[in-house]
Design a protein around this ligand. Structure first.
Ligand code: NAD
Length: 347
């Protein structure tokens, strides 16, 4: 379905978006429209393939929505990155996380020829709130009404809107619930300062790799007992393509490795792979994150989409380390742009 297709990717310059765009071009799409307001992304992350055209701005702007071509498939990856920044500025989260989903659904509900609207949701919205042993999160697990951040609320309410537009307007909305994605093209410090150090440090994997390559102590919170399900970005992109090609409208699929890894294991592996000899530094637990242990159940996506995340963590980390080394000057430049804010926020 994607070969020869016209595809729109919203949030295209971001980490997952950029990897997805490169894959779509390799798969032979005819035309790719990349939308991004560069809030947490760098335009340099985008391919210069002539089939790709870049629309710079927020997808919530009517003038920008009006410029979208009739598309066979739309991937919606825009978000206000991430949990901590959303707590610092819930209204900015609303404007760039939930509102984009509603505006897109409203715009696309009458789009003729649209085969799929694939929505990036997040496994953390349904994860159990526990630091004891957790079961793998399944797609039909209940959703708590007491979530830990505006980011999580926006993500799950985005699913609610998608379900409504599917039921009411037959919008072919497919939900992909990501676990913790890592890999090349996640640029630390990408985009604008969003009120917290997470504007720079983003997720645990790129942070650990960057600090380990600099020979710094990796900060491990709460003894590193928390667990996550780390999924390599190429696998995740396989899952997004599978959602577009074989996902059932109205359905939800976990895009997960199904493997639970402690943060301590991650830190030790990164130190070993980078040759960082500096001992880890223990840090206090985060005071907001109650889902200490979590991982996703990959069974439904395997059965219904034929999707399996096959990259072992060590292989994915080795590739990400190599990419980080090769792009250190660029990443360092993006981090440095926030130096003044970061120093104040970390004081
Ligand atoms: N990376 C993960 O581990 C992970 C886990 C669960 C869910 N997700 C979801 O996957 C998607 C992609 O995440 P990512 O890690 O690539 O984050 P990212 O921050 O790199 O990408 C998000 C992109 O959205 C853009 N954006 C923000 N507001 C916008 C707006 N109003 N209009 C247009 N573009 C806008 C940003 O500039 C950025 O390029 C997000 O929806 C995120 O919630 C990611």
């Amino acid at each position: 379905m994607l070969q020869g297709a016209t595809v729109v990717v919203v949030g295209a310059a971001g980490f997952v978006g950029a990897n997805l765009c490169h894959r779509l071009l390799a798969l032979g799409v005819r035309r790719l429209v990349a939308v991004d307001n560069l809030l947490s992304a760098e335009a340099d992350n985008l391919s210069d393939d002539p089939r790709l055209s870049f629309l710079h701005g927020s997808i919530t702007e009517d003038r920008l929505l009006a410029r979208l071509p009739p598309a066979d498939c739309v991937f919606h990856l825009a978000t206000y990155h991430g949990n901590q920044s959303s707590m610092a500025d819930p209204l900015a989260d609303h404007d760039n996380n939930l509102l984009p989903t509603l505006k897109l659904c409203e715009h696309l509900k009458v789009a003729p020829g649209l085969h799929k609207l694939v929505y990036a949701s997040a496994g953390c919205t349904v994860a159990e709130k526990t630091f004891a042993a957790a079961d793998a999160t399944r797609e039909d697990d209940p959703v708590s009404l007491y979530l830990d951040s505006p980011y999580q609320i926006s993500k799950i309410v985005g699913e609610f809107y998608g379900n409504y537009y599917f039921m009411r307007h037959k919008l072919p909305f497919v939900k992909a619930r990501f676990q913790n994605v890592y890999g090349p093209r996640e640029v630390l410090g990408a985009g604008r300062w969003r009120g917290t150090p997470a504007s720079v440090w983003r997720n645990v994997t790129p942070t650990f790799i960057w600090k380990a390559l600099a020979g710094e102590a990796l900060p491990v919170e709460n003894g590193g007992i928390a667990t996550r399900d780390f999924i390599y970005v190429d696998d995740l992109v396989d899952g997004l393509v599978a959602c577009a090609e074989r996902g059932e409208p109205g359905e939800v699929y976990n895009l997960a490795s199904g493997v639970e890894t402690t943060i301590l294991q991650l830190a030790e592996t990164v130190n070993r792979l980078t040759g960082n000899k500096t001992p880890i530094r223990l840090a206090p637990a985060r005071n907001w994150d109650r889902s200490g242990k979590r991982y996703g159940d990959p069974a439904k996506a395997a059965e219904r989409l034929g999707f399996r995340a096959g990259t072992p963590l060590e292989d994915g980390l080795a590739r990400t380390i190599e990419w980080t080394r090769a792009n250190a000057a660029w990443i360092g430049h993006c981090i440095a742009r926030h130096r003044r804010f970061l120093a104040e926020a970390e004081r």
